[in-house]
Design a protein around this ligand. Structure first.
Ligand code: DX5
Ligand code: ZN
Length: 212
């Protein structure tokens, strides 16, 4: 699955940018609060407007300090998947239950330096695991291949989560992530930096499925 990240899109034309990638599986939306990460993007009102203007399932990645307070609102608004960071969540089991009760899939994300082993049990409450392959905050950074070990650990433990990877995914890096067992590839600059974003999605998908 390919999830274009709107972080690299034109924020003044979000509906058009969403519709420019109609073949995408999910639309990845990076919510940053300027505290959990040193960047500020958008919040629930903009996500609500986006949900009303696209048919593509919306995948919200919350890089915020207080997901216990804010995450459920993104699920209630109609997001398909809502991901919180394990480094920020105070009661991640409660968050997962609330997200699911509101009708969304529940996602848990780990920053590049956060190990996954302490959270293997916790992940039984979650539907998706988002492995960050750059330090969260900005698009266009270089892929960190060492995080693929976490994907392999998740696979080895037979976790029934869908594994997403986020950061630095492009035509040069997507294959190694696919080989490690990633299911869903987030790509910002590789999609919206291309002349034809829809074609870029298809190229990435073809490259990811070539040898896996
Ligand atoms: C970074 C965000 C990513 C970002 C990826 O913190 O979580 O979703 O958009 O951008 P690229 O694909 O350009 O690395
Ligand atoms: Zn993201």
């Amino acid at each position: 699955m390919i999830a274009p990240s709107l972080l690299s899109a034109d924020f003044a034309r979000l509906a058009d940018e969403a519709n420019a990638v109609r073949g995408a599986d999910w639309l990845h939306v990076d919510v940053m609060d300027g505290h959990f990460v040193p960047n500020l993007t958008l919040g629930l009102p903009v996500v609500e407007a986006l949900l009303a203007s696209t048919e593509i399932p919306v995948d919200c990645h919350l890089m915020i300090e207080d997901p216990d307070r804010w995450a459920v609102g993104y699920a209630e608004a109609g997001s398909y998947n809502v991901t919180v960071h394990v480094e920020a969540a105070r009661d991640p089991v409660r968050i997962a239950k609330d997200l699911r009760a509101a009708g969304a899939k529940a996602g848990l994300s780990v920053k590049p330096k956060t190990p996954i082993e302490p959270y293997l049990e916790l992940l039984s409450h979650y539907d998706t695991l988002l492995v960050m392959s750059v330090e969260p905050g900005f698009g266009g950074q270089a892929f960190m291949p060492e995080v693929l070990d976490k994907v392999r650990v998740a696979r080895k433990h037979g976790l029934r989560v869908l594994v997403e990877i986020d950061g630095g995914i492009n035509m040069d890096t997507i294959e190694q992530a696919a080989e490690a067992g990633v299911d869903c590839f987030v790509a910002g600059s590789a999609v919206y930096g291309a002349d034809d974003p829809a074609a870029a999605v298809e190229r990435l998908r073809a490259r990811a499925t070539r040898e896996s």
